[in-house]
Ligand binder design. Structure first.
Ligand code: ZN
Length: 269
């Protein structure tokens, strides 16, 4: 069933584990996320990321994510990810998304606060929960990250009332960059803010690094699955007559396996 972000993260905190937040950039990935979460009997966060708006428009994918969240046997939080634009967020909230990630970490402090307040008000007026980043997590293109400054962060949190925090502690959205997490900083941020922490760009982090991050207060892990590409390449290379429909199960199965393994790590099993 459809759920907000806070109850899912509160339950994760009680169980000292984290919940997977997966980006549904195609219907196959969306199907795999729901099937795996239902099979495992665990809650899940399904994200629509504004980063992929050109390839996967909100107007097509948003209503599908929300409808399938409502019908799921487990708790599903449909969440808008990496949003800057208030109108974009309004569209998603109108569709029924129950959480929003505001991404203003690359803005100057005052502007970030001003926009953050505006977006918190928007989310609250729609009874949705809100995550914000502080300290820029780069790597979507080739931008560099900026490590979270704790003093600045506390000033930001005095002004902007968020439910979950995505810090920058050595993580990156890049799939190839070497990542070294600063666990002491994560722990310090967790203790000082008392907020559930979110780890962006966890896709190529080793399992041990993820488990350690969870011990430091990470409750939501953003994981982008790119599984299935090799299998599709092999299929096309070896099959003479094929269709998109015949590729569906190849992608669903590959992504499901990848997500199942990730969820096992996040749930500390
Ligand atoms: Zn991210």
């Amino acid at each position: 069933m459809i759920q907000k972000l806070n109850p899912i993260l509160e339950e994760a905190a009680r169980k000292n584990r984290a919940v997977g937040a997966f980006t549904a950039t195609s219907f196959e990935i969306l199907r795999a996320i729901i099937e795996v979460a239902e099979k495992r009997g665990e809650p899940v966060i399904i994200k629509h990321s504004a980063t992929f708006e050109d390839e996967v428009p909100l107007k097509y994918m948003g209503p599908v994510i929300v409808e399938l969240a409502k019908k799921a046997k487990i708790d599903v939080c449909p969440m808008l990810d990496h949003c800057k634009d208030a109108d974009y967020i309004k569209q998603g909230l109108k569709m029924g998304f129950t959480a929003v990630m505001y991404d203003g970490a690359d803005l100057p402090f005052e502007e970030n606060v001003k926009k953050g307040k505006e977006i918190v008000d928007l989310a609250k007026s729609a009874d949705a929960n809100i995550e914000a980043s502080f300290g820029f997590v780069g790597g979507h293109k080739s931008e560099k990250s900026t490590i979270t400054d704790v003093e600045q962060l506390m000033k930001y949190l005095n002004e902007v009332d968020i439910d979950a925090l995505a810090p920058s502690v050595g993580n990156s959205h890049s799939a190839t960059e070497q990542k070294e997490l600063n666990y002491n900083l994560l722990k310090e941020i967790s203790e000082k803010t008392n907020l559930p922490l979110v780890l962006h760009g966890a896709g190529n982090l080793p399992k041990d690094a993820i488990r350690k991050a969870i011990e430091c207060g990470v409750r939501k892990i953003n994981y982008f699955s790119n599984a299935g590409i090799k299998e599709i390449q092999d299929y096309i290379a070896t099959t003479k007559v094929f269709s998109f429909a015949s590729m569906t199960n190849i992608v669903v199965n590959a992504v499901a396996k990848d997500i199942d393994e990730a969820m096992a790590v996040f749930s500390m099993k």
